[in-house]
Design a binder for this molecule. Structure first.
Ligand code: NFS
Ligand code: SF4
Length: 627
């Protein structure tokens, strides 16, 4: 196996930027220069503009805002608002999926593809399943799930999946999330002028809003996406820009909600559409993806991944993208003007993400089939507008095996035991590997790219070092795509592992970096650690497992960080979440929360130190267990 290096990826990007320069296109690399240096007040989180007496910014000469709020209150409120933005976004995605499920019909565009999973969840929630038509059950479950967003009483249903110890910690710390929307609204209320300015209270609500995401809205997103589109199973695909095909109509799906990308993929496979593409002079249709929607269709259909977050402009710069079709989240508004420099159609589809210089083809459940067809046809018709002298697709891609849902992972790891019947279907084989020391532990690698960190470098370098140290990596979001682009999801990457992990990869026939899906699918990781804890009799915080987001950038990532920490998993960040301005907030996040949830954050911007700290933490946990 020859890994693709970050240098090679950067050289490809440089070549694409030359094309960009020819046509007068702008790119993030140039805009970063214009924005540097960043505002120091903003960077430290010490600027407040939540009321019109401000904006107030804290300096040694001006230690309080006009209302008298100190720096800790300002940083804390900013942190809570940041979290609320992320929790709202993931959860609203989950809500859209519930609405799609509500509209599922046996003869409609959306069907129930995993009825067994639906029944399993219904039983978990105490909903009667006997003798019920599967679509009636789907609609009932969708409505029940939608009620989780606004119910006046009680806490999230999914919390029951956590070990009892974890549930008790949440209860005692008063961070059990109630209705999902309520936690977002309460966060905004608390962060309003003249409400909370006490760091402890703001941090507590940040954890609760995060939990409303991970053990609420995101879990709805993941679980009901599986019901609708199928629970992922291991399958082979490819990653990096080389998956685009110069002879074909290239459609790139970008965003997060699989309701759109699934339909686009469905129609792109339709013989009638392929014939249409051929009638336009192409040899066929290639769909590839960017960001999390790419992860969704890669995990379920093997659709190749063109790239991750900071590669989204590159797909247009190839000059070979007939349409980039987006739904919501992480979409650069830059794609509008950039697409105008090429023949590319930038197609927005959601009322939630409308952008200038785009073609808006509004997509909804009722008209999904016809709109998806329209999108695919539009792309085909655009093939003839391609400017051949602008076409350059970097010849760069790697094989990847993806699709490790919790269910698939458990099934796959059955292969590493001596197949005693009583442990199959549980996480016990994995626990055996960990306690025996064959695998030292696990790291959940998640999150975005951020120009503050050399793109993909941190993801890839950290993963290489972790697997060499016999630490298995589960990855999601843009981190997973970084791994796939490099080649770390090729099963041959076992050769980069220590002897123990290599053996496990061989026995189970898995790559050492396991793709668990999109960012809402970090809920799959929560289910995994919950089951590991239950099957081992340990608390989650005792497991030699940590989380890491080395290149994160979005509000969603902070919401995730909060629920991962609140679940009892130490979390390592490579970028500071705008809290450097407050010693008290720093203290709460890196130490104080440990008293409530048995885990905390570590912020470390030096990548070398970051990985060593994670390995040390894993070894400390092993020592504490005497393993
Ligand atoms: Ni996650 Fe997915 Fe990527 Fe970051 Fe954006 S795509 S939801 S937020 S950038 S990992
Ligand atoms: Fe300034 Fe206080 Fe208003 Fe914030 S809430 S802008 S610190 S006066």
């Amino acid at each position: 196996l020859k890994l693709t290096t970050v240098e090679e990826m950067e050289a490809a990007t440089a070549r694409l930027l030359e094309t960009g320069a020819k046509v007068g296109a702008d790119a993030w690399q140039l805009r970063v220069k214009n924005q540097t240096p960043h505002c120091k007040f903003g960077e430290q989180g010490v600027c407040c503009r939540i009321c019109a007496m401000g904006p107030c910014r804290i300096t040694p000469k001006a230690p309080r805002g006009i209302c008298g709020c100190d720096v800790h209150g300002i940083v804390g409120r900013n942190y809570l608002k940041f979290t609320a933005g992320g929790a709202a976004t993931h959860s609203d995605h989950g809500r859209e999926i519930c609405h799609t499920l509500y509209e599922a019909k046996p003869d409609g565009a959306y069907k129930v593809k995993d009825p067994e999973k639906l029944i399993r969840i219904a039983k978990e929630w105490g909903v009667e399943t006997e003798g019920k038509d599967i679509y009636d059950l789907a609609h009932e479950m969708a409505e029940t799930a939608l009620m989780e967003y606004g119910k006046p009483f009680g806490v999230q249903r999914w919390l029951k999946r956590a070990p009892e110890h974890t549930q008790k910690l949440w209860h005692d710390a008063e961070i059990e999330p109630r209705a999902i929307d309520r936690e977002v609204a309460t966060s905004l209320h608390m962060a309003h002028m003249g409400c909370s300015s006490l760091p402890e209270a703001l941090v507590r609500q940040s954890l609760r809003a995060g939990l409303a995401d991970g053990w609420g809205g995101s879990m709805c997103g993941t679980e009901f996406s599986d019901v609708l589109f199928g629970t992922p199973k291991p399958l082979d695909t490819e990653a990096n820009l080389g998956v685009m095909n110069a002879d074909n109509v290239n459609i790139v799906v970008h965003g997060h909600d699989p309701s759109l990308s699934e339909m686009v993929c469905e129609y792109a496979d339709d013989p009638e559409m392929i014939a249409y593409a051929k009638s336009m002079g192409a040899k066929g249709i290639t769909v590839s993806g960017v960001c999390c929607t790419s992860n969704e269709v890669a995990m379920r259909r093997g659709v190749p991944m063109a790239g991750n977050f900071l590669q989204q402009e590159n797909v247009v710069l190839t000059g070979a993208c007939e349409a980039i079709v987006v739904d919501v989240q992480c979409i650069f508004p830059a794609l509008g003007p950039l697409s105008k420099c090429f023949h590319t159609k930038f197609i927005t589809t959601s009322p939630i993400a409308q952008m200038p210089d785009s073609d808006y083809i509004r997509f909804d459940v009722g008209t999904a089939a016809e709109k998806a067809k329209q999108i695919v046809m539009t792309a085909c018709e655009n093939f003839k507008n391609r400017k051949p002298d602008l076409v350059y697709i970097p010849d760069m891609k790697q094989k990847a095996t993806v699709g490790y849902s919790f269910e698939a992972l458990v099934k796959t790891l059955d292969g590493v035991t001596n197949s005693q019947v009583d442990v199959t279907g549980t996480t016990k084989p994995l626990i055996e590997c960990i306690t025996s020391g064959v695998i030292r532990g696990a790291v959940a690698m998640v999150g975005c790219n951020n120009p503050k960190i050399r793109p993909d470098y941190a993801h890839i370098e950290l993963m290489k070092k972790l697997i060499a140290n016999d630490i298995v990596v589960v990855a999601s979001g843009c981190s997973a795509q970084a791994a796939a682009k490099a080649g770390l999801m090729d099963k041959a990457a076992k050769d980069l592992c220590g002897a123990g992990l290599k053996r496990v990869c061989e026995l189970a026939d898995i790559p050492p970096v396991l793709h668990m899906g999109s960012c809402v699918d970090i809920s799959r990781m929560m289910v995994l650690v919950a089951e590991l804890a239950k099957d081992s009799g340990l608390n989650i915080s005792q497991l030699p497992v940590v989380g890491c987001a080395p290149e994160w950038m979005s509000e969603k990532a902070v919401s995730i960080g909060n629920y991962v920490v609140a679940t009892g998993i130490d979390t390592f960040l490579g970028v500071d979440p705008y809290v450097a301005g407050s010693s008290e907030m720093g203290q709460w996040l890196t130490e104080g929360v440990r008293d409530w949830v048995e885990a905390a954050y570590t912020v470390e911007t030096d990548i070398e130190k970051l990985v060593d700290k994670m390995i040390d933490r894993i070894e400390e946990k092993r020592t504490a267990l005497g393993i």
